[in-house]
Design a protein around this ligand. Structure first.
Ligand SMILES: Cc1cc2nc3c(=O)[nH]c(=O)nc-3n(C[C@H](O)[C@H](O)[C@H](O)COP(=O)(O)OP(=O)(O)OC[C@H]3O[C@@H](n4cnc5c(N)ncnc54)[C@H](O)[C@@H]3O)c2cc1C
Length: 324
């Protein structure tokens, strides 16, 4: 079969990898200039931040074998320090679960790059319309026997509607998220955790990851890198605020948390995610019927994490080939 896949996030790459290894001709269309989608890495002035998913927790799913045994582990780092909780003013140990977590030395997009080895991925190639043919589909002038759509559900829905198709995905809503990336010219006092979570989702800073504790090589000598993720409510109400103001606010949150003034960051930026993680889900079985040649795959059909996106991608690919 010749299969077209829209989106080179983890779900699309997982499906493409499975199909390619099964002997099918696969072409992945990706609108952005890089691989990984919401697994994204930013590099600036010697700092490295993961701006989307900050770590990968396989939790016994299909991703585990691939991550640990099938692709290169040369740059794979097991995150040693746990996640603690914070309330904005106080840090405590909390109960955030003990799943093994992994990251990559030069950022989590390495995972996407490793998955994409040997695949035909067309970067900077946005799919706006898919044409239905008698027995297949046409995307950007190329014909395919089957198509898998892996963009976040609102974007996939636009493509479906353009073909006169729909799927039961109306419940799926995503949280917006502002990710704020900070690089300081100072080392942090030693901490026993790599990240802090506000489990009550009350404080605007839901998540603070010490990138340079999570992995070596994330900041130049004598410096430290942090990535903050802001709550859905805060992100929505401050979505269009100027970067400098957002950065200033986050530096203020960090200072209050640690009770000391930080010098201004020497590197800082804001990444705006309109669709970060799903708040609710649709069911894979309702969305994809056996025998279909137009399939929808997304983290929103399982659980909103990297391991879920990978699982859904592989499951969709299997469904497609098992039905042939
Ligand atoms: C801020 C943030 C923090 C997160 N933290 C974690 C975490 O710590 N741990 C964890 O496990 N998960 C985390 N996640 C969630 C995780 O990143 C996602 O669940 C997972 O990456 C989703 O993968 P996907 O392939 O389903 O979708 P995506 O990664 O969104 O991939 C879809 C791809 O489709 C492309 N695309 C869209 N429309 C088109 C089009 N028309 N034509 C061509 N290409 C198109 C997009 O550019 C994108 O590359 C986080 C996400 C965010 C944003």
């Amino acid at each position: 079969m010749r299969i077209g896949i829209v989106g080179a996030g983890i779900c699309g790459l997982s499906a493409a990898r499975h199909l390619h290894r099964d002997g099918h001709a696969v072409c992945v269309f990706e609108k952005s200039q890089g691989l990984g989608g919401r697994v994204a890495t930013r590099r600036d002035s010697g700092f490295i931040w993961d701006t989307g998913a900050t770590s990968i927790a396989p939790r016994g799913k299909a991703i585990e074998h691939v991550l640990l045994h099938e692709i290169s582990t040369a740059e794979l780092i097991k995150v040693e320090k746990p996640i603690y909780v914070h309330s904005g003013l106080r840090v405590s140990q909390g109960h955030t679960g003990g799943a093994d977590r992994y990251t990559y030395l030069r950022g989590n997009t390495t995972f996407a790059k490793l998955l994409a080895e040997d695949l035909d991925v067309r970067l900077n190639t946005q799919v706006d319309t898919i044409e239905k043919l008698g027995k297949g589909f046409r995307i950007l002038g190329e014909e395919f026997d089957a198509v898998i759509l892996t963009a976040p559900i609102p974007q996939t829905s636009l493509l479906l509607w353009g073909m006169g198709e729909s799927r039961p995905v109306a419940n799926v809503k995503y949280r917006p998220c502002l990710s704020v990336l900070l690089g300081f010219k100072a080392e942090l006092p030693p901490v026993n955790y790599h990240a802090l979570l506000d489990p009550d989702q009350v404080h605007p800073m839901t998540w603070l990851c010490h990138e340079s504790v999570k992995s070596p090589g994330r900041a130049p000598d004598g410096c430290s890198a942090m990535g903050a993720q802001l709550s859905a409510a805060y992100s929505l109400s401050h979505y269009d605020m100027a970067d400098e103001k957002v950065i200033q606010n986050v530096v203020g949150f960090v200072e209050r948390l640690y009770g000391s003034a930080f010098d201004s960051p020497i590197a800082a930026s804001v990444k705006r995610w309109k669709y970060s993680q799903p708040e609710n889900y649709a069911s894979f079985e309702h969305v994809n019927q056996p025998g279909a040649r137009l399939l929808v795959a997304s983290d929103a059909l399982l659980g909103g994490h990297v391991e879920d996106a990978f699982e859904v991608g592989t499951r969709t690919a299997k469904m497609l080939v098992e039905d042939v």
